[in-house]
Design a protein around this ligand. Structure first.
Ligand code: 2FM
Ligand code: ZN
Length: 430
């Protein structure tokens, strides 16, 4: 059995916090360690997600190129992972040239297979900045719940998505002026064309976590629609069509392709450039995406449709363990309010294993969990250091005393070669 394990690609415009680690990274890392201990054929893939409007907004604000922001955060994120011993087989980034090629090939195959079509749409346009205002370039009042500072396409307060032109009191985030509405052509992925395949595929996924499976069943019941996969911004992968000059691929179109391009990079790095194909083009590969619950729609619907619509066969996600969120002292973690524990700061004070222990034993697997410093102190002192530390200390002292400090290779519990799993009486030798 071959395993391809992925963790959601973190955006390269912010640091890593404990909520990210608890949701998408530590569970995958633990699973990969388990597989590797069992000599499984496994590749663990990640990288930074380097496109999208937040990165270009930050670059505009700092007066630098987006690549400067991307490189800064790529390094910070990679170092933070090292600090807590999360060890990918490859950690790439989606602004690297091979990823551009792979993403454009994906688009072209879907286009030639008639899964992508153009449509004229109405978008906000800032006459002062002379540009369309995609996604987070515009802010206003949510047309669904009335919350302020809602984004162009989605409201953080109620989570609903809506037609951008229905946003109330819109304001350009660059200059603060009210934008006008203007026609622009975009390209849409027709998910409706995958309805039958998707239903048949989901029908086999009775082992998925309920949150993911129910989410998908709901979407299928509502009926699949088309989704725009291009944007009028400069930072991104150019749409590979002569009539789509000045358009780039939507970040959520290219991001999951990063799982493949990172595997390609891994194969090149180990000197076997075609090796990635053994995994991605084998339908039997167990492709498992570890994500947070806000990423379900992209991994369980849009990404599988993108894979199904290719000309070559790709493995589809075998499982998508989506975790809930981790709160901090009873409140939602918030980057903008700086209500978070940042991994790079944490590891300056504590051993990374303390965080791994606390997040592993308090994982938001089926409901949101909470990080509290008091509980952290108690669990680390009580469980990790006293109970587990004491056990390890006794085991090592015991093996030193009776077995000259040597540990035999492990074996199969049901009749393996070393007899592991049998109970020894104190002082008895195997
Ligand atoms: O939500 C996020 O942080 C995204 N950057 C996850 C992308 S996952 C994958 F598809 F790349
Ligand atoms: Zn403006």
């Amino acid at each position: 059995m071959k395993y391809l394990i992925t963790s959601a690609l973190p955006y390269a415009n912010g640091k890593l916090h404990i909520g990210h680690v608890a949701g998408a990274y530590l569970p995958a890392d633990i699973f990969v360690r388990f597989l590797k201990l069992n000599q499984a054929d496994v590749v663990y893939i990640c990288g930074t997600d380097e496109h999208g409007t937040p990165i270009s907004i930050q670059a505009d604000a700092e007066g630098v190129e987006p690549q400067v922001i991307v490189e800064r955060y790529h390094k910070l994120i990679e170092d933070a992972f090292k600090g807590i011993d999360i060890d990918f087989d490859n950690f790439s980034g989606t602004s690297r040239p091979p990823h551009y090629t792979m993403s454009q090939e994906f688009f072209t195959a879907l286009y030639e297979n008639k899964h992508i079509h153009p449509k004229d749409t109405l978008q906000f346009y800032c006459e002062y900045d002379k540009r369309f205002l995609a996604d987070r370039y515009v802010e206003g009042i949510c047309p669904k719940c009335g919350a302020e500072r809602a984004r162009g396409d989605q409201c953080d307060a109620c989570g609903q998505i809506y037609d951008t032109t229905t946003l109330k009191e819109p304001k350009c985030k660059i200059c603060g002026n009210a934008p006008v509405i203007k026609a622009t052509r975009h390209w849409f992925l027709h998910l409706d064309g995958f309805t039958d395949k998707m239903k048949a595929w989901i029908a086999q996924k009775d082992y998925w976590k309920e949150n993911v499976r129910n989410f998908m069943l709901n979407l299928l019941e509502q009926g699949l629609i088309e989704r725009s996969i291009t944007r009028d911004i400069k930072w991104g992968i150019p749409v590979p069509l002569p009539e789509a000059q000045d358009k780039v691929l939507y970040v959520w179109f290219d991001a999951p392709i990063g799982y493949i391009s990172s595997t390609v990079e891994w194969a090149q790095r180990i000197g076997q450039p075609d090796r990635w194909k053994d995994y991605w083009h084998d339908p039997e590969t167990q492709l498992i995406h570890f994500i947070g619950k806000d990423n379900i729609i992209f991994h369980a619907l849009i990404w599988p449709a993108m894979l199904m619509g290719q000309k070559q066969t790709y493995c589809l996600p075998h499982d998508i363990p989506a975790n809930e969120f981790m709160n901090l002292e009873g409140q939602k973690i918030s980057t903008s309010r700086n209500w978070a524990i940042w991994v790079d700061e944490f590891v300056q004070e504590f051993d990374g294993d303390y965080l791994r222990w606390y997040l592993a034993t308090n994982a938001p697997e089926s409901k949101d969990s909470d990080f509290s410093w008091k509980d952290f102190q108690q669990k680390v002192n009580g469980e990790l250091n006293n109970v587990l530390g004491n056990l390890a200390n006794r085991v090592f002292a015991f093996s030193q005393r009776f077995f000259a400090g040597k540990i035999k290779a492990g074996g199969n519990q049901r009749g393996g070669q070393s007899g592991a799993g049998r109970c020894l009486q104190a002082g008895q030798r195997d």
